[in-house]
Design a protein around this ligand. Structure first.
Ligand SMILES: Cc1cc2nc3c(=O)[nH]c(=O)nc-3n(C[C@H](O)[C@H](O)[C@H](O)COP(=O)(O)OP(=O)(O)OC[C@H]3O[C@@H](n4cnc5c(N)ncnc54)[C@H](O)[C@@H]3O)c2cc1C
Length: 402
């Protein structure tokens, strides 16, 4: 099969990129290759389903810019295409006086970014919005919301295939090698050989490995972090109207256990964040010798463990002990009891880590001569997918002379 552009990975970033490229260059033959039998099988289909506002991100960063722009584009696209979403609003809640300065800094950050409608609340106002939530102060973010990202991924794939007859999403095509062949690349997959002029790597948890197949040596490695969710019983779910988050630790890329109403009406608590011994290890005992060896042979992983060992232990405690998980949930909503936590799902985050052991905070997109590699697209990349896709499309237009 011959393509003009091959995109590796049918998660939300790969599909949004393909959709943007097809809309801008209708004559291109675009092939999206996905190793699984279904699209959105990894981060995209296993996340919290939240439309983030952008309040957490540094002004001037790619995350801030793409999250705010992407959120507006996402809401417009979902509205036009009938993808279910709701702008429920969200509370970020301080539960102790020690958290107040960080909450205030978040609020000021949001103001600087121009996040629409944010305001600070005292305890009585918190109760008006979330009657069961206990906090001494909060920031209310009315433009945050919830959406079904799997449905969104399918909609993007459908629009892509309707735009041009040569556009395809090929599931069951795991890319196992990339070779240069004159002006073309030969992409070797489990489903056969594909020839392409240009390549875009959106392989999420495997993006560093795919970049290496293409001869790129990124100065980072993807480290997988598992996040477990528990579902609230129907009675407890009535105690959460929308989205209730704690004040996050600014040194870490994770937001802390929060309560999230899903678009199907259920409410989830989580996710925690523990090192995963397998890139697709969706159970507590999942283990891959290859993935573990790759992570532990990297100096950055050890530096991260040394720097954040206290945090690591507390996250493992939360993963292993229902009591600890409940304690975190009850800090936000004390009326939730032990019998209200039911088994839930889990997701694995692809977090890029530098050699210095610091999680790379911003999105990272690297260019080859005839390729583009998305090397760090953690949260809020689902919210930002259409803006990221637009950016890659711009980059491709100049780099590939499309
Ligand atoms: C627990 C959790 C909660 C999150 N919550 C939110 C949230 O509420 N809001 C938000 O905006 N973001 C959230 N995120 C982040 C968001 O889900 C991700 O940033 C986003 O889904 C990344 O999309 P992606 O397409 O890059 O990756 P993925 O969805 O992981 O897609 C990558 C695809 O590439 C495929 N692939 C990999 N290697 C190959 C290969 N060799 N050949 C062919 N195919 C390959 C994989 O099978 C996969 O389908 C969360 C993430 C997690 C894990």
């Amino acid at each position: 099969m011959d393509c003009d552009v091959v995109i590796i990975g049918a998660g939300i970033v790969g599909l949004a990129t393909a959709y943007r490229l097809a809309a801008r260059f209708p004559g291109l033959a675009i092939g999206v290759l996905e190793k699984e039998q279904a699209i959105a099988s990894h981060q995209t289909g296993r996340n919290s389903g939240v439309i983030h506002s952008g309040i957490y991100y540094k002004p001037g960063s790619r995350k801030a810019e793409n999250c705010i722009k992407g959120r507006q584009q996402l809401v417009a696209f979902a509205g036009e295409q009938g993808v279910p979403y709701q702008l429920t609003g969200k509370l970020i809640v301080a539960t102790s006086p020690g958290q107040l300065p960080r909450l205030q800094r978040l609020f000021e950050n949001g103001k600087r970014l121009g996040i629409e409608g944010i305001r600070t609340l005292d305890s009585p106002l918190i109760h008006q919005i979330e009657p069961y939530c206990q906090g001494i102060a909060a920031v209310h973010v009315p433009c945050a919301g919830i959406i079904d990202y799997t449905r969104l991924a399918h909609t993007l794939a459908d629009r892509l295939c309707q735009t041009g007859r040569s556009n395809k999403v090929l599931t069951g095509h795991q890319v196992i090698g990339i070779e240069k062949d004159g002006f073309h690349k030969r992409v070797i997959t489990s489903g056969g050989l594909i020839s392409t002029r240009y390549l875009i790597n959106c392989a999420g948890l495997w993006s560093d490995l795919v970049a290496r197949m293409d001869g790129i040596r990124p100065a980072m490695r993807i480290i997988p972090f598992r996040g477990d969710y528990l579902r609230l019983s129907p009675q407890a779910a009535e105690k959460v109207r929308a989205l209730i988050y704690p004040v996050p630790d600014p040194d870490l890329p994770f937001l802390g256990v929060h309560l999230t109403r899903r678009i199907d009406g259920t409410v989830e608590a989580g996710p925690n964040a523990v090192f995963s011994f397998k890139r697709q290890g969706y159970s507590r005992t999942a283990f891959s010798w290859n993935d573990t060896k790759l992570a532990l042979a990297y100096l950055g992983t050890w530096r991260l463990f040394l720097r954040h060992w206290r945090y690591g232990i507390s996250e493992y405690a939360c993963a292993l002990s229902r009591k600890e998980f409940l304690r975190r949930v009850r800090r936000l909503v004390p009326a939730i009891g032990p019998d209200d936590l039911l088994p839930g799902g889990c997701g694995i985050r692809a977090q890029a880590l530098g050699r210095d052991g610091r999680p790379i905070d911003d999105f990272v997109i690297e260019r080859g001569r005839d390729s583009i590699h998305v090397l760090n697209a953690p949260s809020p990349a689902a919210t930002a997918c259409l803006a990221i896709g637009e950016h890659i499309c711009e980059l491709g237009a100049s780099l590939f002379s499309l």
